[in-house]
Design a protein around this ligand. Sequence first.
Ligand code: AQP
Length: 333
Amino acid sequence: MKTRILSGIRPTGNIHIGNYLGAICSWISMLDTIDECFFCIVDQHALTTTEDSKDLRKNTLTIAAAYIASGIDPIKNNIFVQSHVPAHTELSWYFSCITPMGWLSRMTQFKDKSSKNKDQTMTGLFVYPTLMAADILAYKATHVPVGEDQKQHVELTRDIAQAFNNYVGKEIFTLPEPIIKKETSRIMSLRDGLKKMSKSDISDYSRIHLLDDNDTIQLKIRKAKTDAEPISGIIADLENRPEAKNLLNLYAIFTQNNIEKVLKEFEGKLFSEVKSKLADATVNHMEPIRLKILELLNDESTLIKYLKKGAESANSLVIPHMHEIRQSLNMLL
Ligand code: AQP
């Protein structure tokens, strides 16, 4: 069977190294082994947090530039904007008609994001997982690379696919497999090692943005929360030191080492030394990507051309799938 991946990032706020390592790098590691890759900028999902809509156009272009600058070739692969492919919202409606509300109420992300003001929580946030299921299943994607936080939504996508197949009495969808890379699946906040790095965290110092310049990266890492203990060479000792674990894990990723080797390098040393070396390694890795993003953003028309080409390929793949889906629902064609 042909392998196909579909994944995406919401164009909300500032894209950060959690998105880069947890999503984009994991996509890049699969480019040679997967037959077809579709990378989406999920602008309709961004509308679930309405405060982000004023910068939607700018953020959409920035995410597209980030994909390309990180190493995704827009000619060989398909980079496109969700709203340029109408099948996503159409299929999402069909799914919302066969998805029990109980399934959606159990989603951790919905519970977290709606807990502050239940009465003012928008319907879009509640049905977000049916749109995500449509994003994946419209393409009949076989694999979905995501960070740990999205695992529950991919599991729900599998349940929705199975429920739809049962409803129409036909194997329309195969169940997609989540792919979660252990080391990069959960990059933590620089201010709180128990919280994931996130675009919506109110503190800019909690994350490193892909557009942060070198001095800002150095400053954010210098200010990152740590403890006063020297580093022990034993992995198990990191379990109660989440901030230390996160910084050492980032150093291991950016220097392409394993955590055991990193612990040996810093055994008995203080965090000032880790931070200084981590800042240099982060700048070395991220600077060329930032410069490339800025260059791409300077040539908007080329960027838009890539996105239109991606949407054409996406539409030509999903149009026959949608025909088959409508037929399975006994709609008049
Ligand atoms: N901290 C993280 N570590 C590893 N992977 C992460 N991802 C997000 N944060 C981390 C992965 O990035 C992809 C796209 O995320 P998204 O923008 O679509 O939604 P998100 O998960 O809600 O991202 P943020 O940054 O946390 O945004 P806000 O704060 O707006 O909710 C996904 O594959 C995700 O796993």
